[in-house]
Design a protein around this ligand. Structure first.
Ligand SMILES: [Zn+2]
Length: 479
């Protein structure tokens, strides 16, 4: 390692030494967030917000393409409204923030700062759904929510975070079931094809499902350190909320029926996932499809006549091909190389007097460090292909890592050993009994991540109690 690299790497802790510290260092050094004045809050800086915007834009496109409309509901929820659905309020009560005063005056009823908006949407639906003609009602909102978490980390767990929450009402249980699955599919598409993170599709156990849901579907991904991260969830409410909030409609026969509802969400946690799946000891690695800047032009020996002009020309030429930026500052090229590697920009384009003379540029990949010389007149063709290669490579690497870190186990001894030695996903059979799920968590700290749609029978008996197994479950330590 050259002197230049060594200096650079000193800015961030090696992930092998301390993964948590590595994460914090990358988040700071890549300029994604800063801490807010209230413990556990975060300021998402331009570099971080631009990544969020790209995730948001693609997801928003797909949410609209599947027939949903965006809306904006209030930040405050009256306490009495939250109380209406018993499981829901019990699930969220420990972590809600209360508003007790308006100005100097104590409020007659406390308000909750939304931790999620089921109660508000249900209240609205109860007033605005009358007939089968009003259904389905397919709403989504992009907003912030507050959950008073005890331990916090930027993106992964913070008092306030950004997300989208879809809330839909349907005529039948089956319609709502289809919606629940459809939106999980949308999430999987965005996470796999844009964030380049492979996911396991499945259903949460009763213990892990959303408070108030009939069932929760989830996509689960594996981070570099072998811990899992829930990357998106989609909930089927059946008619539970409808009964609590009295949301009914007249069907085609004029009979009164309860609606069936869903809700689904993804959050800024996905940025945490992106960091922990693709990042390395040189910093962040952003998949090209969501990278705010896909290629950064770094002029070499830019004080020499014509170099900067050529670099600007190059940027203008490429602006319809890719999101290309240029750093014309008088900082040393070495500093710039390190800086844009830290920020995870997929491709660096180097151009100096010699390259201009030879009518070529140097392309350097962030994911592998590989360099290639490309003739100027072939660049328009080569750059998009290279970006796609990087996108694919990141996905393939993450998938390979997940496969290596997935272990089938058949007894508790093996379960514990595997978690101690390599972590990752554990595939093991389960009897379906809550007692076993709790015992596994207590003894190993691993939680059930999901009951995968793609079932396999890896053993006959439950990994914990050895009684007849019901289904295969993915287990892992999780963020
Ligand atoms: Zn069991």
């Amino acid at each position: 390692m050259g002197k230049k690299n060594k200096q650079f790497v000193e800015k961030i802790t090696a992930m092998e030494d301390d993964f948590a510290q590595w994460y914090t260092d990358v988040v700071k050094q890549a300029d994604l967030v800063d801490y807010g004045p209230v413990r556990g809050t975060m300021i998402i800086k331009p570099e971080g917000f631009a990544i969020w915007e790209n995730i948001r834009d693609e997801l928003d496109r797909q949410i609209k393409a599947t027939g949903h409309s965006n809306v904006s509901f209030p930040l405050f929820i009256p306490e009495s409204l939250l109380q209406k659905e018993k499981d829901h309020v019990e699930g969220f009560a420990p972590e809600v923030a209360w508003v007790t005063h308006g100005g100097e005056e104590e409020l007659s009823e406390r308000l909750v700062v939304r931790p999620t908006s089921e109660a508000l949407f249900c209240e609205y639906y109860s007033k605005n759904i009358h007939s089968y003609r009003d259904l389905p009602m397919l709403y989504n909102q992009w907003s912030n929510v507050v959950r008073w978490e005890k331990t916090t980390r930027p993106f992964l767990r913070s008092l306030e975070f950004l997300w989208q929450e879809g809330h839909t009402a349907h005529a039948t249980y089956e319609d709502a079931a289809e919606e629940t699955e459809r939106m999980l599919g949308v999430y999987a598409d965005v996470v796999e094809n844009y964030l380049a993170i492979p996911v396991i599709h499945g259903r949460k156990t009763e213990k892990e499902k959303f408070a108030g849901a009939k069932y929760t579907l989830t996509i689960e991904s594996l981070m570099h350190d072998g811990k899992a991260l829930q990357s998106g969830t989609s909930h089927h409410f059946g008619s539970g909320f409808a009964e609590a909030f009295d949301i009914t409609y007249l069907d085609e026969n004029g009979d009164q029926q309860y609606v069936h509802q869903t809700s689904w969400g993804i959050t800024t946690r996905l940025i945490g996932a992106l960091i922990m799946v693709h990042g390395d000891n040189r910093g962040l690695v952003v998949p090209p499809r969501i990278a705010p800047t896909q290629a950064m032009i770094v002029p070499i020996a830019q004080h020499k006549e014509g170099v900067l002009d050529h670099a600007y020309d190059l940027r203008d030429r490429l602006k319809d091909i890719a999101r290309v930026n240029i750093d014309p500052s008088d900082k040393m090229p070495g500093w710039k190389f390190n800086e844009y590697e830290m920020k995870g920009i997929p491709v660096r384009i180097e151009m100096g007097p010699k390259d201009i003379e030879k009518e070529q540029v140097v392309l350097v990949r962030r994911d592998t460090g590989e360099k290639e010389f490309v003739a100027l007149n072939e660049l328009e063709e080569r750059l998009p292909i290279l970006l796609e290669e990087i996108q694919q490579n990141l996905y393939n690497k993450a998938l390979e890592h997940r496969n290596e870190m997935t272990t089938v186990v058949t007894d508790m001894e093996e379960f514990k050993q595997t978690l101690d030695q390599k972590a990752g996903f554990i595939k093991a059979m389960w009897c379906g009994d809550l007692a076993c799920e709790e015992k596994i968590k207590e003894e190993t700290t691993a939680t059930s991540r999901c009951i995968p749609f793609e079932q396999e029978k890896v053993a006959d008996s439950c990994v914990c109690c050895e009684k007849q197994a019901k289904e295969l479950v993915y287990w892992a330590k999780a963020y």
